[in-house]
Design a protein around this ligand. Structure first.
Ligand code: FE
Length: 161
């Protein structure tokens, strides 16, 4: 006889752990753009995959976008969502492309306690790709420093928003 409580337990277990008892990030299902891990690996370069999907950090001073000072929009390398305008870009001197504000509804943030630090992670709102972190030591008017991996973005020159 099938026990209802047991059925629920099994389905919950499947939802939480999936096949092979590997945890599934619950938040991943909330994003508009989703791909399997294998699909992301085909869609992205090795460096893009490491940053966007594995939260790697590119070496400081390594991104060509550090020196990019034309007007335009920085878009997600994972899903092409517009993330930042050149009008909020500034030189933080830290070695990564920095902005004092994202575009409206562009990013999602969550607390990140990895490596023993209390940081706020910044992710693409649409695909969940890891972009970088935001710190409270930026310039006016927001006082925020969005410290981004250039690898996670592509620059589209044109009119800045
Ligand atoms: Fe994205």
């Amino acid at each position: 006889m099938i026990n209802r409580r047991r059925l629920l337990g099994v389905s919950l277990g499947a939802m939480i752990f999936g096949s092979g008892w590997r945890p599934i990030p619950v938040a991943a299902e909330a994003f508009e753009v989703t791909h399997t891990d294998a699909e992301w690996q085909k869609l992205l370069t090795l460096d893009q995959y490491a940053v966007l999907r594995e939260k790697a950090t590119e070496p400081p001073e390594s991104s060509p976008l550090n020196a990019e000072n034309r007007a335009g929009i920085y878009v997600c390398a994972g899903c092409a969502l517009s993330l930042f305008s050149s009008s909020t870009k500034y030189d933080s001197g830290e070695g990564w492309p920095s902005f004092w504000a994202p575009l409206l509804h562009a990013v999602a943030t969550q607390e990140d306690h990895s490596y023993g630090n209390n940081r706020t992670e910044v992710r693409c709102r649409r695909c969940g790709g890891h972009l970088g972190h935001v710190f409270p030591d930026g310039p006016k008017p927001t006082g925020l420093r969005y410290c981004m991996n250039g690898t996670a973005m592509m620059f589209k020159p044109g009119a800045a928003i």
